[in-house]
Design a protein around this ligand. Structure first.
Ligand code: SF4
Length: 254
């Protein structure tokens, strides 16, 4: 089987971020090698200096694309992805997000109508209070090591994600990169267990969540439940790179 046989011929994948009413946009072509296959992209981002969160829709689209490709490969290999709407088994895990994602999630909450917005804010407050009663997050700034060490302890607390409603994600189009990239082919029972043993995660052809995190390490990573606290307390996001510069930096870290 040739590489061309694995996937149907693809038109350039078009991803965009930015609002032309807010400033000029820049569009360019890029080719990413995904799983050994060159994939053409047409990418549109704000042309001027912006914050990482202003380019985030590009990385969200890329995460979703990589997840879809991994799921398709699993299906072709006779395995099926267990993740589906109504299964929130993984949504009590520690979800590491970049500062830019915290800003974006805060804007999602800001845009919610009442009484939903107040309900979600109350769930954030309850989650932070539960975890604050422990010393779980002390000194956590290194995503690769510490999120794994703390993850099991966090999971034992049973704190549901504030966006989890009826065991489904209530912000599915806006969910964090880590959530998009978490796909399992093992039984959901393993995700509900207190141990990661038995969980078979799909390996994606890139890791946009970690790439964005490394490109946006001004404040270290943070757990999703701290998104609103961060947004209210941290200084404004730096706007010291243009959209194309942020894009190139993140794509170079995939
Ligand atoms: S954002 Fe959505 S998918 Fe991610 S942990 Fe929360 S409820 Fe689950």
């Amino acid at each position: 089987m040739t590489t061309q046989d694995k996937y149907p011929p693809m038109a350039p994948v078009r991803l965009s971020a930015g609002d032309p009413d807010q400033g000029p946009l820049a569009t360019g072509a890029a080719t990413l090698v995904l799983g050994g296959e060159p994939v053409a992209f047409e990418l549109t981002v704000p042309a001027g200096p912006v914050a990482v969160e202003d380019v985030l829709p590009i990385f969200q689209g890329l995460s979703s694309l990589l997840a879809a490709r991994a799921a398709a490969k699993a299906t072709a290999a006779g395995r099926s992805v267990s993740c589906q709407a109504g299964c929130g088994a993984c949504c009590r895990q520690l979800v590491p997000i970049a500062p830019a994602e915290a800003r974006a999630l805060a804007r999602v909450v800001d845009a919610m109508p009442e009484p939903r917005q107040s309900e979600v804010r109350a769930r954030f407050d309850a989650a932070v209070a539960t975890v604050s009663a422990t010393d779980l997050f002390e000194g956590m700034t290194e995503p690769d090591v510490r999120r794994i060490n703390a993850g099991r302890d966090y999971f034992k607390l049973g704190v549901p994600c504030p966006f989890l409603v009826d065991e489904a994600c209530s912000i599915h189009p806006d969910r964090p990169l880590s959530c998009r990239e978490y796909l399992v082919i093992s039984s959901p029972d393993h995700c509900r267990a207190l141990s990661a043993e038995g969980i078979e995660k799909l390996v994606l052809e890139g890791d946009p969540s970690l790439a964005v995190l490394k490109s946006d390490l001004r404040d270290g990573w943070l757990p999703l439940i701290h998104a609103l606290v961060f947004d209210q307390s941290a200084p404004p996001s730096p706007r010291d790179r243009t959209g194309p510069e942020i894009l190139a930096d993140v794509l170079g870290r995939l």
